[in-house]
Structure formats: C-alpha cells, structure tokens
Design a protein around this ligand. Structure first.
Ligand SMILES: Nc1ncnc2c1ncn2[C@@H]1O[C@H](COP(=O)(O)OP(=O)(O)OP(=O)(O)O)[C@@H](O)[C@H]1O
Ligand SMILES: Nc1nc2c(c(=O)[nH]1)N=C(CO)CN2
Length: 157
C-alpha cells in the first residue's frame, strides 16, 4: 500500500513551487518515493484563473493521516500560501489523496480526497505512478477511475 499527495500551483514560478514543496516535505522527514510528471492542466471549479501545474507524489511516513495533513498545511503556510478565493489561484496546494486503504471522515480531514475521482488534474498524474492502487471506498483501481472519467467526458461531447 502507499500514500499519495497531490500538488498544484497556478501562481508565481509554478514548477519551482512544486519542487520547493517536495524539498520542504523531505526536510520534515517525509520520504518522497516517486513523483509523477509535472503536467499543465486547465483550471477545475473556478475557470477564470491561470492554468495549473499539477503533480502527484508517492510518499512514505510513520506519521498518522492527521499528522500528515498538519505537515501539508504547515508547508503551505511556510510557502506563504496565498489563496485568493476557494478553488482559486494559489501558489501552492497540497492535498492528501490516499493513505493506504484508510477511510477517514472528519470535518478537517477526508481520505480518500472526496472529489479525486472527478479531477483530471489528479487522476492524470496519479495514473502515471499508481494505476493499480485501489480506491478503498469506490473499490476501483486508479486506472479504472481514470478510464471512467474519460468516458464521462466523451459522453458530454
Ligand atoms: N484530504 C485532504 N487533503 C487536504 N486538505 C483536506 C483534506 N480533507 C480535508 N481537508 C481540509 O480542507 C481544508 C481546505 O483546503 P483548501 O483550502 O486547500 O481547499 P481547496 O484546495 O481550495 O479545495 P479542495 O479541498 O476541494 O481541493 C484544509 O484546511 C483541510 O483541513
Ligand atoms: N487544474 C486544476 N484545477 C484546480 C486545482 C488544481 O490543482 N488544478 N485545485 C483546485 C483547488 O482544490 C481547484 N482547481
């Protein structure tokens, strides 16, 4: 099993923002095992904003999901997380996608990330590094979720 986090940026030096976030996580004792490619993606949710640069990282840590979330939020704060509006422009966004087969439903922490199966900017990098990872709620692999999302998109056209 493994732990996956999503990284995103659409303000400033996007590529350097993602790399700096990964460096900071490493300095906090998080082992970054694999990183997807950095992909440019159209904004999801609030569309009148710059394209994002997104990636997904597979990590290892002995921290609990709640402790890991705090590390992600602390890293965003350290990097001067500027968030203009919900789902809007930000220099760095770190989301906890999957933590082994854990299912967590707390006001401040939901794992798996509740919208990941609808997010091209999450599934596209995630399928690069973890196509066979099973979503513990949907009971489908990342590859299956990716294909289903693409088929939904085709239905719309
Ligand atoms: N799996 C998770 N990963 C990261 N944050 C989470 C998660 N589940 C719940 N949260 C909570 O979401 C709060 C708001 O996060 P944020 O401001 O980054 O939302 P957003 O990125 O704009 O929207 P989204 O959460 O849909 O990506 C965080 O303070 C955190 O407590
Ligand atoms: N393409 C893309 N769109 C987004 C992103 C993101 O990282 N990439 N993050 C958001 C906040 O959760 C909202 N919309």
């Amino acid at each position: 099993m493994a732990i996956y986090i999503a990284l995103g940026s659409n303000l400033g030096d996007k590529e350097n923002n993602l790399k700096e976030a990964l460096r900071r996580l490493t300095k906090k004792g998080i082992t970054v095992c694999r990183v997807s490619g950095f992909i440019s993606t159209a904004p999801y949710g609030v569309v009148d904003q710059p394209d994002f640069l997104n990636a997904v990282a597979e990590i290892e840590t002995d921290k609990s999901p709640a402790e890991l979330l705090q590390i992600l939020l602390q890293t965003e704060r350290e990097m001067g997380r500027k968030r203009v509006r919900r789902w809007g422009e930000r220099n760095i966004d770190l989301d906890l996608l999957l933590y082994d087969d854990r299912i967590i439903e707390l006001p401040e922490l939901k794992v798996p990330h509740p919208d990941m199966q609808n997010r091209d900017f999450v599934l596209r990098p995630l399928v690069q590094i973890a196509p066979h990872m099973v979503h513990p709620v949907l009971k489908k692999t990342v590859e299956q979720l990716w294909k289903e999302m693409q088929d939904r998109g085709k239905e719309k056209t």
